[in-house]
Ligand binder design. Structure first.
Ligand code: HMG
Ligand code: MG
Length: 313
C-alpha cells in the first residue's frame, strides 16, 4: 500500500490580500462568487476581507455585505483581518470565527500600516484576542516584514522571533510570518523559520510569501523541506499591501499547489477548479494575472503527471 501523503494546508488570501491592493473596486457580487469558487475548489481556509478603516482600505469597505452574501460551506473557515476592537466587533457580528491581528517586525512598517508602534499594536491586540476567545473565535497573529522592511531595511530573525513571542504571550492561536515585499531568498527564510520555531513548532507556523522578485516558490520549497505545513497564497498571484510600496502579489495558490502535490504532498485542492477561480478573478479585475501556471495553461501546455506521481515514481 502506498504511504499516505503528508498534508499541506493552503490558506487562500486572494479575496483579502489580493483585492485590497487593486486600483479598481471589485463589485460585491464578484467578490462573493470568487470566494465561493475558491471554497468549491477545496480551499479549507479563505481570508475573505478586512474589517479595517474604510478610509485606509476603501477596496474592502464592503466587508459586511460580502460576508452576508457568501453561501458558506461546512468545513471551510472564512476568516478576516481586524486591526482593533472595533474591527473585532464588526467581524463577530458577521459570524466570523477566525480573525487575524497584524503587526510587524519593524517599526517603520507598523507605523505606516496600522499607525502604531509595534509595542502599541500588541497592547491594542490584547483585548481583541481576549474578546475573540470569549466569543469562541480563534486568532491568527501576522508579523510582517520578516526579512526586510520597505522603510527600515533589513530585519533580524531575532526581531521576528521577539514579536512572535509577544503575540504568543497575549494568546494568539496561530503565528503567520509575512514576507511582505517579496525580497527573500531561501537561506533568509530558513534563518527566520529556525528563529521562530523556538516559539511555535515548525509545522504550526504559517508562511505568507509575496512574489515580487519571483523567489516565493523557491522559499516555499525550502520551508516545506524544513517541515512547514501551512502556507498562505492567492489565486492567480493577485495581491500586495497598499502600505508597502512596490510590493506585488502573494505566491499564486495554483503554483504552490503544483509545487506541493508534484513533490508528494496532498492539499485537498482541485487545481483545475482553483484555476477557474483565478481566471474569474482576472476577468473581474480586467487584467492578466502574474501566475505562470495560468499562462502555461492559456498557452495550451498541459501537465499529465498525476498528483504525487512525480515524487513516487
Ligand atoms: P487610525 O487613523 O490611527 O485610527 O488608524 P483611529 O482609531 O484614530 O480611527 C480613525 C477613523 O477610522 C475613525 O473614524 C474610526 O472610527 C475609524 P472617523 O471618526 O475618522 O470617522 N476606524 C474604523 N472603521 C471601521 N473599522 C475599523 C476601524 N478602526 C478605526 N476597524 C487603523 C488605525 C488600524 C484603524 C488603520 O491604520 C487601519 O485601518 N489600517 C489597516 C491598513 C491595512 O489594512 N493594511 C493592509 C493589511 S496588512 C497586510 O497586507 C500585510 C499582510 O498581508 C501580511 C504581509 O504581507 O506581511 C497581513
Ligand atoms: Mg500580504
Amino acid at each position: 500500500m502506498p504511504a499516505e501523503q503528508p498534508f499541506v494546508h493552503l490558506c487562500e488570501v486572494g479575496p483579502r490580500d489580493g483585492l485590497q491592493n487593486e486600483k479598481s473596486i471589485v463589485p460585491v457580487e464578484a467578490k462573493v462568487r470568487f470566494v465561493e469558487m475558491l471554497a468549491e475548489a477545496g480551499l479549507r481556509e479563505i481570508e475573505v476581507t478586512s474589517f479595517v478603516s474604510p478610509k485606509w482600505v476603501p477596496q474592502l469597505a464592503d466587508a459586511e455585505e460580502v460576508l452576508a452574501r457568501i453561501a458558506r460551506r461546512a468545513g471551510t473557515v472564512y476568516s478576516a483581518l481586524v486591526p482593533n476592537e472595533k474591527g473585532l466587533e464588526r467581524a463577530l457580528s458577521c459570524g466570523v470565527r477566525k480573525v487575524s491581528v497584524f503587526t510587524a517586525a519593524s517599526e517603520g512598517f507598523a507605523r505606516r500600516n496600522i499607525n502604531a508602534s509595534v509595542a502599541e499594536s500588541i497592547e491594542r491586540f490584547r483585548p481583541v484576542v481576549a474578546g475573540a476567545h470569549a466569543a469562541g473565535a480563534t486568532v491568527r497573529g501576522y508579523v510582517s516584514c520578516i526579512v526586510e522592511c520597505p522603510f527600515d531595511g533589513s530585519v533580524r530573525p531575532a526581531a521576528v522571533r521577539e514579536v512572535c513571542a509577544r503575540l504568543s504571550d497575549i494568546g494568539v492561536d496561530e503565528l503567520d510570518l509575512g514576507e511582505t515585499i517579496g525580497v527573500a531568498v531561501p537561506d533568509e527564510i530558513a534563518r527566520v523559520l529556525e528563529a521562530c520555531a523556538a516559539v511555535r513548532p515548525m509545522a504550526e507556523l504559517v508562511l505568507h510569501l509575496h512574489d515580487t522578485r519571483g523567489t516565493a516558490l523557491a522559499c516555499a520549497a525550502r520551508a516545506l523541506a524544513m517541515g512547514v505545513r501551512r502556507f498562505d497564497a492567492s489565486a492567480g498571484g493577485i495581491g500586495g499591501c497598499p502600505y508597502a510600496p512596490g510590493a506585488s502579489g502573494n505566491v499564486a495558490t495554483e503554483e504552490l499547489d503544483y509545487l506541493c502535490t508534484r513533490s508528494g504532498y496532498s492539499t485537498g485542492v482541485d487545481r483545475s477548479r482553483l484555476c477557474e477561480a483565478a481566471r474569474f478573478a482576472g476577468a473581474a479585475l480586467g487584467r492578466a494575472l502574474p501566475s505562470r501556471l495560468l499562462s502555461a495553461e492559456a498557452a495550451g501546455s498541459s501537465c499529465q503527471v498525476a498528483r504525487g506521481d512525480a515524487a513516487s515514481a
